[in-house]
Write a protein that binds this ligand. Structure first.
Ligand code: FMN
Length: 198
């Protein structure tokens, strides 16, 4: 099997993440930039944006999530929520993925024929960039899991890191050293998902 397919198979959701990371912050940053820059986007629009958080900034994000969820969570359920958030805070870093929305609007004006497609394509482009980053981190020995605390944290995140108004938060990829195994994963039967004709 190709090394690429091995990398795809090896990427999983790792929820138990720690700080035992051998790569430097610069190396991780370069890896994330390479993964995002080399991910395809519709019309080469390059609408995905990434904000990489390490150290205090990473912890700050998960404090923001905890504060935002507190008024939205029943009191009896909040300890569980806090424990989950603590597991993300205990990781090494987070990549926040954004979608640059002016690009979509400009393309819709420029190419009226495809106007309805551009929002979907921008989402797909974010998904591709996110999956490639996730796989690249995994190939470098780092575990990751993907979270979606947008939109409840959008305003606080924008204020904390001075995020432009045209960057819409789409996901949070939490990463760190692998401190546990991935869960069992089931696959649908191939004949439910694939059809081959000759
Ligand atoms: C578009 C998308 C959204 C996801 N959202 C979440 C999420 O909000 N929280 C979470 O824990 N996992 C999330 N996941 C991870 C999936 O649950 C996970 O990838 C799937 O169960 C397969 O497991 P694996 O990643 O170990 O292969 C998401 C994955 C994708 C592709």
């Amino acid at each position: 099997m190709s090394q690429f397919l091995e990398s795809l198979k090896d990427r999983r959701s790792f929820y138990s993440l720690g700080h035992d990371v051998k790569l430097s912050e610069e190396e991780i940053t370069t890896l994330i930039k390479d993964a995002v820059k080399n991910s395809p986007t519709a019309f080469n629009a390059q609408s995905p944006r990434a904000v990489i958080l390490f150290g205090n900034a990473h912890e700050k994000l998960w404090n923001i999530v905890e504060e935002a969820l507190k008024p939205l969570t029943p009191a009896e359920a909040f300890p569980n929520t806090q424990a989950k958030i603590a597991s993300f805070r205990n990781a090494y870093g987070t990549v926040m993925f954004f979608k640059e929305t002016d690009t979509v609007k400009n393309l819709q004006e420029q190419f009226a024929l495809y106007a309805d497609n551009f929002p979907d394509w921008a989402e797909q482009s974010n998904g591709i960039a996110t999956a490639n980053t996730w796989t690249a981190l995994n190939s470098a020995g780092l575990g990751a899991n993907l979270q979606h605390y947008n939109p409840v944290i959008d305003d606080a995140v924008a204020e904390e890191w001075n995020i432009p108004a045209n960057w819409q938060l789409r996901s949070q990829l939490v990463f760190g050293s692998k401190e546990g195994e991935a869960n069992e994963k089931e696959f649908l039967a191939d004949d439910e998902r694939f059809r081959v004709f000759h």
